[in-house]
Design a protein around this ligand. Structure first.
Ligand code: CA
Length: 231
């Protein structure tokens, strides 16, 4: 089979990359690995992988530099895999063009789910005009939101915020990305306006806003909405 989805893993720790490549192969992907940033960029150029998994701590260059180089010519989804738990690293990686990140140690189910999500976003099927997850339904054409058939009334900003997250469901969106998309590039860095609107949305859609089931907070990074089931 030559038409397997190709996943390139850039990681200098041999044991980790062997493990992940085996996991990828077991899940029907063609797994490839590169041990340095330079090798990663060159393999991405020659093999055109469908997804790139990237460790941030590489011996020859910073992972973020790899992302910038790939992004100069490629739209291939990049999922950062990192032991770094510092929020700033995640935000920087996302801001330079990574699509998502996963923190070590991670489970195989979680990694496979992230890969599927990134593939779905890079090859959107016939765009469906309805988002559905656990009773929440957003109809992008009619601009309606309902929970188990009950209409939810959102303000214009709340609706735009919720649909932005729904259109990117399953992926984390950074605070700064959301802020500049909804309020424009000149909005200041203070996230207060975003937090207030998110609190209002949660009050309207979540059973328990303190333990959300639809929109999750990625502390210090941004928000991630539960995956669309309607795909
Ligand atoms: Ca490493």
């Amino acid at each position: 089979m030559n038409n397997k989805t190709k996943v390139l893993f850039v990681e200098d720790e041999k044991s980790v990359s062997n493990f992940v490549v085996t996991m990828l192969e077991a899940n029907g992907y063609k797994g490839m690995s590169a041990a340095t940033g330079r090798e990663g960029v060159s393999m991405a150029t020659s093999f055109c992988p469908d997804v790139v998994l990237l460790d941030l701590g590489l011996p020859d260059m910073d992972g973020c530099e790899v992302i910038s180089q790939l992004r100069s010519w490629s739209k291939t989804p990049i999922i950062v895999i990192s032991a770094r738990t510092k929020e700033l690293d995640k935000v920087t990686a996302l801001d330079v063009g990574a699509d998502d990140y996963i923190t070590k140690p991670f489970g195989s189910a979680e990694l496979m789910a992230r890969i599927r999500t990134s593939l779905r976003h890079s090859h959107p099927e016939t765009p469906d005009h309805v988002y559905k997850a656990q009773g929440l339904e957003i109809n992008f054409e009619k601009r309606t939101v309902s929970i188990c058939g009950r209409d939810i009334h959102l303000t214009q900003i709340e609706y735009r915020l919720l649909t932005l997250l729904a259109e990117n469901s399953g992926r984390v969106l950074t605070y700064s990305f959301i802020m500049s998309t909804i309020w424009g590039p000149y909005i200041d860095d203070n996230n207060q306006i975003l937090r207030v609107n998110m609190a209002n949305i949660r009050r309207k859609i979540e059973k328990n806003p303190a333990q959300p089931q639809y929109v999750f907070t990625e502390v210090g990074v941004g928000y991630r909405m539960i995956e669309n089931e309607n795909v």
